[in-house]
Ligand binder design. Structure first.
Ligand code: MG
Length: 160
């Protein structure tokens, strides 16, 4: 057995008339994230971190946004599929930082952790979710979009 680490990064645009879903948790907001799936930017970054650690490419390869099968898709369901793609591995830990000027995410963090931990089948203590602003700077600061960066360590057997 060995361990591998991967990173993931994603951005989605905020628009009126869409739900805001972060790590599977609906967050009350006047604007939501635009995308082919449910546009859960945080779950997407975590999926890419897992695929990166497993050496299995990225989510665009496995879940192309040209495929109608993923239109409006629940990203937590895609995270479960990502674990199948990753193979015979166990998540050691996940750490993710959501970059959003608003809304305040603190009341939803524990629910987000639980959703991610359940999807990758680990105790919730292995999943850390953080939120930060960019002090009003850049596209996140202007509320034009939300970004997320994630790191994941996995344990298992890997192709050399
Ligand atoms: Mg995405």
């Amino acid at each position: 057995m060995s361990i591998r680490v991967g990173n993931g990064f994603d951005v989605h645009r905020l628009v009126p008339g869409r739900d805001l879903i972060l790590c599977g948790t609906p967050v009350p907001s006047e604007v939501g994230l635009l995308g082919h799936s449910d546009a859960d930017v945080a779950t997407h970054a975590i999926m890419d971190a897992i695929l990166g650690a497993a050496g299995k490419g990225d989510i665009g390869k496995h879940f192309p946004d040209t495929d109608d099968a993923y239109k409006g898709a629940n990203s937590i369901g895609l995270l479960v599929k990502t674990m199948e793609i990753a193979g015979d591995v166990t998540v050691v830990n996940i750490d993710a930082t959501i970059v959003a000027q608003r809304p305040k995410l603190a009341p939803y963090i524990e629910d987000m952790r639980r959703n991610i931990a359940d999807a990758v089948r680990v105790p919730v203590g292995r999943v850390n979710i953080k939120a930060t602003t960019t002090e009003g700077l850049g596209f996140t600061g202007r509320g034009e979009g939300i970004a997320c960066i994630a790191t994941c360590m996995i344990e298992g057997r890997f192709e050399e």
